[in-house]
Design a protein around this ligand. Structure first.
Ligand code: ATP
Length: 235
């Protein structure tokens, strides 16, 4: 799509001799929510890690606002891509506030009162948790903090790996509503990968399917395709 602020082109990654992704192409526009679905082991997490410079690419490029990004995690973060990893990436022994502060520093900024205010506007439940250690929070609370870490980085693109993993459907719904809100209010482009195809198709504007290492644009109303992806059948 022509108004994409984020463009992934011909991304390929191998682990040793194993070719995991072969040709992944993704576009995300400002304020758009885009998802990638695919069976277990399809390479969804690998795609996000390759974008962030956490695994080496065999081929491919990542562009943000027309600039090709270097393959280094600090450079990618500072350029404006926030990555909420699988497992959420919080430092359990630090408080919520300290986790937010570190996230801002990772993006080359200093945490401001406005950052904290916005995170607690989007996720009111974390306001009273600021001085609690992240490791003692519930799964849903941890996911709110993880996404807040992404928000305080003030990104152009927010990538979330497995938004719904281990969360009750009601919490996933709240989380999806929160993402829709930040996409609208802050014009952040959101890039999600998830096993939960149905949940993803509700929140996303567009969806790609990742199968046999190749991404393709999917029709999210195509329930047969979505079912096939969910059960890991290709073709
Ligand atoms: P899931 O939905 O199960 O989380 P995924 O689509 O996110 O899967 P990846 O985690 O990207 O898939 O893994 C893709 C493939 O690469 C899998 O076969 C996995 O075993 C393999 N893989 C992942 N990380 C490594 C690694 N560091 N070294 C070797 N192989 C790896």
């Amino acid at each position: 799509m022509s108004d994409a602020v984020f463009q992934v082109r011909e991304l390929a990654v191998s682990y040793g001799a194993a070719r995991v992704i072969e040709n992944v192409n993704v576009d995300v526009a400002a304020g758009e929510i885009v998802g990638v679905v695919g069976p277990n082991g399809a390479g969804k997490t690998t795609t996000l890690r390759a974008i962030s410079g956490l695994v080496a690419r065999r081929r491919g490029s990542v562009m943000l606002n027309g600039v090709t990004l270097a393959e280094r995690p600090e450079a990618v973060a500072r350029a404006g891509i926030a990555h909420v990893p699988e497992g959420r990436g919080l430092i359990p022994s630090l408080t919520v506030h300290q986790n937010l502060r570190l996230a801002a520093i990772g993006a080359g900024r200093r945490l401001s009162d406005e950052d904290v205010r916005y995170a607690t506007t989007v996720f009111p439940a974390i306001e009273r948790l600021m001085d609690r250690r992240a490791g003692f929070l519930s799964g849903g609370e941890q996911q709110m903090v993880a996404i807040s870490r992404g928000l305080v980085a003030r990104p152009t693109i927010l990538m979330v790996d497995e938004l719904s993993l281990g969360l009750a459907p009601r919490i996933v719904k709240d989380m999806s509503r929160a993402l829709r809100r930040v996409a609208g209010e802050r014009r952040i482009g959101i890039f999600l990968v998830d096993q939960n195809v149905r949940g993803l198709s509700h929140v996303c504007d567009r969806i790609y399917v990742l199968q046999d290492g190749v991404s393709s644009v999917a029709n999210k109303e195509d329930t047969e395709l979505m079912r096939a992806v969910y059960f890991g059948r290709s073709g």
